[in-house]
Design a protein around this ligand. Sequence first.
Ligand SMILES: Cc1ncc(COP(=O)(O)O)c(C=O)c1O
Length: 329
Amino acid sequence: MGRMFAQVSRDILSAIGNTPLVEILRMIEGAKFRLLAKLEMLNPGGSMKDRPALSMIKHGIEIGRVRPDTVIIESSSGNMGIGLAQACASLGLRLICVVDPKTTKQNIGILKAYGATIELVTTPDPQTGEYLQARLNHVKTLQAQIKNSYWPDQYSNQYNPKAHRAVMNEIVRDLNGEPDYLICSTSTCGTIRGCAEYKQAHNLKTKIYAVDAEGSVIFDGKRGARLIPGHGAAVRPNLYQPGLADCCIRMTDLDCVVGCRRLARREAILAGGSSGAVIMAVEKLKSEIPPGSVVVAIFADRGERYLDTIYSDSWVADHFGADAYLWEA
Ligand SMILES: Cc1ncc(COP(=O)(O)O)c(C=O)c1O
């Protein structure tokens, strides 16, 4: 009843998706191709994880596993937790987010602000030495203790990649056709797999390049220490499949830092660590990309969550040497 509005989202969850595609003009010197960034960071919760968070909860509701009194439990120290916290707050559901000591104070603050309960795992799993495994073990303990609980399990849930098919759909729609290259960071492999599934279903010729973190094992890398959260994984996720990507490029923590800082100064885009890795991967690939190609890079999350690390001169100097932050120019 009453006034008809021209363009209004029903609620915050309806504002997820349809993120902009913007041209990147100054980042890659001498580029003979068009480079566009898919700004998944502009989803309302601040990352591309808003999509799978909502899609996994919706599916849980559809199959009757999520009811109004259900407690959602998930292991996440970052964007998925925040995406779920946003979805749960909007739908009136309770969320317990299992985090570890590496989770930033800021992310815990954001999770709490949405009303999520935080469960902190304090010691790594004794068998693997990994916090990830310790968090998953704790999720299983909580699941056994709490009646009416539901674990979306972002590492195995098919509704994680399914939600990301829309990313490729939006890119193709907005470009009036397929891009020649898609450059995508990886952790659960939800994003890359969703895009690869869309490519296959629509017979696209797009080459999909995975960007993984140095020290991550997803694409047969050697396990090692990593500083930048978000991308990479210490255990290969169940959603991984051989052939997901045409090629994998491994990028270092310093690549993330330099890429992010350049993006902020040259393009006025304040993005998160994996976006820095993705843009530096394009820099690395530039001589092999044929002139005239259309390249799309996915920027997964916003930079505000990295102000104490990537964008802090003292943090960068402590980890990479006093001159490292000068490389942003
Ligand atoms: C900042 C950031 N970039 C990239 C990724 C990788 O995305 P996916 O889990 O869909 O592979 C994640 C996943 O958490 C992330 O948080």
